[in-house]
Design a binder for this molecule. Sequence first.
Ligand code: DX5
Ligand code: ZN
Length: 231
Amino acid sequence: MEIKIAPSLLASDFLHLEQEIRRAEDAGADWLHCDVMDGVYVPNISFGFAVLEPISKMTRLPLDVHMMTICPDKYIDKLASIGTASVTVHSNAMDPERTALTLRSVREAGMRAAVALSPKRPAEELAPFLPLIDMVLVMTVEPGFGGQKFMADMMPKVTEVRKMLDHINPAAYVQVDGGIGTNTIEAAAGAGADAFVIGTASFRSDDMKEAVSRFRSSAEESYRRDREPSV
Ligand code: DX5
Ligand code: ZN
């Protein structure tokens, strides 16, 4: 079990992106979570390749790209060409056949493939994709905006997804995204999440290094306590 902490760039100061990404590196982040929004799949527009490409050249952090767009398959080649580490597509952004093809091409291009479930999407929707993925993202807010309130009622879904993966694909991560921070990370880790997107609570903290290491240790502790049998 290895906990992954992914600060979400959406919560950074866009006027000082380079400094902000260095802050995340120095804080000990594992991945840099990048939210791509098209204003169609979600009611907001964030950033695209004009921003991602220069970032990919300046950081050693693996890019964890969360595609909140219709037709995410259009961008797989481009994502691969800039050295993206992980691509997440939403379960209902395309039809299931097209999603499966997309996940295969993400992996063929050498990237990790992930499927995201928005709050209203059930865990069963993952069934056809389980052997094709390296991560499931369980959204703990409606996708589209940072700084929203964590939905604790998504925790049974986290546990259900973890169990589904334990049978078929135990190496895959269960990631949570939205409202993760001091008061919520323990519940998510206890439910079975091992990868954490943290926007506001990382970039907006005064001491990001302290925040990231605190989040990591509370996640490790809760994940172990609630999931691994004590000896
Ligand atoms: C929301 C995005 C998140 C967002 C999280 O649609 O997917 O990644 O940046 O921000 P916080 O941690 O502030 O909820
Ligand atoms: Zn995200």
